[in-house]
Ligand binder design. Structure first.
Ligand code: AMP
Ligand code: MG
Length: 459
């Protein structure tokens, strides 16, 4: 049993009020907290572009909602507690690997400042689950601002139940976008607001080198949080076409395609609300289309903003995007490790701190020219090398949950019942910007023999 105590307190629980054994009973689904009435949610979704009219929580169970210490309503959900009416052929259970993976990845994302569902607890069940191998079973408790997905809207729209779509949209506005309550065309505005939030989210993913891996419409939450950590991964070397997920055969969800896919998903959301947007279908389509097109503007603005901060700049200039793109090109040419390069850049404003950067990008004219241009920009903004380094080290992580580190954690837990590596990795990735003693292994990219090229959703 692993309880995320700071999160538990944030949600209003007192970790000390119950024994670890009692919490384990609650967060494995064997005992209920007073006031809980668990339910499994229905949803549909486009999986790899193909519409499936009924998916639903097949291995997830919503325990209920709490109002947290900041007054925000949060869902608490078990993942892997057993079968539900939506389990279809599945067993409703989860193996320890995906549970530990989601725990680490979601907590790392949160620490990196990326909106994400959180991990409240992980409990081993002591029961085997049967996949390709027999694996130890576990249950993850996750916390979300809401579990409503694009696929939730699609579920009702596909059944022609527009009253349900309207009720759902009204609920989402009240809970997640209250500022739209009085707006004249609240449903169109909802699409716009979800699109803007999603654009910012995906810009953050690209900025930290995150690949979600399964951006199906059922895995996109209206709250704008990263959700459903399946075969997700962080980039090692920079490559926009990078795919890790074993089930993404055609690279639909490659790193660099994520903004395009997010927009595609927003278009699917807009479609579910067309009759609410305008009585005249053609007009509704025209209005929805123009909103969906705005995604590109939201995304580009957010991306340039993210990357500008990553290189220590604050003032907006016309050539910002080309300066950033040039750096990315140099990284791609040198097959440089994405996060190591940005971390090395933190000290490179001063020429005697640039050795780490040259180790990634070489000594060629390309990088020399880029550095000259970048340093001129810093100087023009009146930013000293020390200040640039301080700013940049606060947002360019030293520790990210690299695939090979996550795999080591899972292997230790699966094979030796050893959770030491899990705790050790969690310790680093939840304080990702701060150098910690004896942590070189956690900061370094995989050695060639450690590399993990494929990730699995492990359902
Ligand atoms: P995912 O791609 O992991 O988000 O899951 C897609 C769908 O498969 C969802 O409807 C899940 O609830 C369902 N699913 C995944 N794993 C299981 C399982 N072990 N048992 C039942 N349903 C599952
Ligand atoms: Mg899912």
């Amino acid at each position: 049993m692993r309880l995320n105590e700071p999160l538990a307190r944030e949600l209003g629980f007192d970790p000390a009020a119950r024994s670890s054994e009692d919490w384990a009973q609650i967060f494995s689904g064997n005992a209920l907290l007073p006031g809980t009435a668990p339910l499994a949610m229905a949803y549909a979704g486009h999986q790899f572009g193909n519409f499936v009219p009924q998916l639903g929580d097949g291995r997830a169970l919503l325990l209920g909602e709490v109002i947290d210490r900041h007054g925000i309503r949060r869902d608490i959900q078990l993942k892997g507690a057993g079968r539900t009416p939506f389990s279809r052929g599945g067993d409703g259970r989860a193996a320890i690997g995906p549970v530990l993976r989601e725990y680490i990845l979601s907590e790392a994302m949160h620490a990196l400042g990326v909106p994400a569902t959180r991990a409240l607890a992980a409990v081993t069940t002591g029961e085997p689950v049967y996949r390709e191998n027999v694996l130890p079973g576990a249950v993850l408790t996750r916390v979300a601002k809401s579990h409503i997905r694009v696929g939730t809207f699609q579920y009702f729209a596909a059944r022609g139940d527009m009253e349900a779509v309207r009720a759902l949209a009204d609920y989402v506005i009240e809970r997640l976008y209250p500022e739209l309550g009085g707006s004249e065309n609240r449903y169109l505005d909802l699409v716009e607001a979800v699109s803007a939030r999603q654009a910012r989210l995906v810009a953050r993913w690209l900025a930290i080198g995150f690949i979600h891996g399964v951006m199906n419409t059922d895995n996109m939450a209206l709250a704008g949080e990263t959700i459903d950590f399946g075969p997700c991964a962080f980039l090692d070397e920079y490559d926009p076409t990078k795919v890790f997920s074993s089930i993404d055969q055609f690279g639909r969800y490659a790193y660099g395609r994520q903004p395009h896919i997010a927009q595609w998903n927003i278009a699917r959301l807009a479609e579910t609300m067309l009759p609410l947007i305008d009585d005249d279908e053609e007009r509704a389509i025209a209005r929805a289309t123009s909103v969906v097109e705005q995604f590109v503007r939201h995304y580009n603005g957010a991306f340039v903003g993210e990357m500008r901060s990553k290189i220590g700049l604050q003032d907006e200039q016309d050539d910002d995007l080309s300066l950033i793109q040039r750096l990315l090109e140099l990284m791609q040419e040198s097959k440089a490790d994405y996060n190591t390069t940005f971390r090395a850049l933190c000290s490179a404003a001063s020429p005697d701190g640039a050795a780490g950067l040259h180790a990634q990008l070489g000594e060629g004219d390309g990088i020399a020219g880029w550095l000259e241009q970048w340093r001129r920009r810093l100087e023009a903004e009146g930013v000293s090398a020390a200040l640039a380094s301080e700013r940049m080290e606060a947002i360019n992580p030293l520790y990210i949950p690299r695939n090979h580190l996550v795999e080591e954690v899972i292997a230790a837990a699966e094979q030796r019942d050893d959770f030491g590596p899990f705790e050790a990795l969690l310790e680093r990735v939840t304080r990702p910007f701060e150098p910690q003693p004896d942590s070189g292994h956690y900061a370094d990219p995989a050695r060639p023999d450690e590399r993990v090229m494929r990730t699995f959703c492990g359902t």
